[in-house]
Ligand binder design. Structure first.
Ligand code: GAR
Length: 197
């Protein structure tokens, strides 16, 4: 069974999808802890499922590297097989990436390399594309540049607001993330191979 630490910053609907999937004894992964950079509302999902959580706020540290070192220490307490960034809205410092990658993945609400960064849905709307989507990828030292594990398209509908489009993307995203974790857990996806591409 693959043990997961999930990192979040927001509402945690992707985290919840993983917690719900893992509640099935047949699912080959378990969420052992949830971490955040803030007092994220999504931490309530961890509590509901009886999963421990921790929060490491960058404001308590003198530098990004010191923050990263503490975040890494908190993650390592749980010895996870895989760390999943699911709406974690901060760039991980190199000290964290080099320690955990390639067993460090992210889900992003666009078809990378299109629309990296914190406003992917807004940027896709502003660009006027007809199709955007979701990418689950290995985190490397860049921002949303790591090797792609899986992608799925989502159509932009005429008149879509950012919130409407993001909600449709997230409906697809939750399913795709659970499937990606399943594929990693059962060996259909090899992260070392993915990262070497
Ligand atoms: C998700 O759509 C995730 O891809 C996005 O934040 C949302 C979190 O939703 N992440 C990024 O934009 C990272 N650049 P959730 O808190 O309901 O899971």
């Amino acid at each position: 069974v693959l043990s997961l630490v999930v990192l979040i910053s927001g509402g945690g609907s992707n985290l919840r999808a993983l917690l719900e999937a893992a509640a099935d004894a047949e699912f080959p992964a378990r969420v052992v802890a949830v971490g955040s950079d803030t007092d994220a509302p999504g931490l309530a999902h961890a509590e509901e499922f009886g999963v421990p959580s921790f929060s490491v706020a960058p404001t308590s540290f003198g530098s990004r590297d010191e923050w990263g070192a503490e975040l890494l220490a908190q993650v390592r307490r749980w010895s996870p097989d895989l760390v999943v960034c699911a709406g974690f809205m901060r760039i991980l410092p190199p000290v964290v990436v080099s320690a955990l990658s390639p067993a460090l993945i992210n889900t992003h609400p666009a078809l990378l390399p299109a629309f990296p960064g914190a406003h992917a849905v807004r940027d896709a709307l502003a660009a006027g594309v007809q199709t955007t989507g979701v990418t689950v990828h290995v985190i490397d030292e860049g921002v949303d540049t790591g090797p792609v594990i899986v992608q799925r398209e989502v159509r932009v509908e005429p008149g879509d607001t950012e919130a409407e489009l993001h909600e449709r993307i997230k409906t697809v995203e939750r399913e795709l993330l659970v499937q990606a974790v399943l594929d990693i857990a059962n060996g259909h996806v090899d992260l070392k191979e993915t990262a070497a591409r």
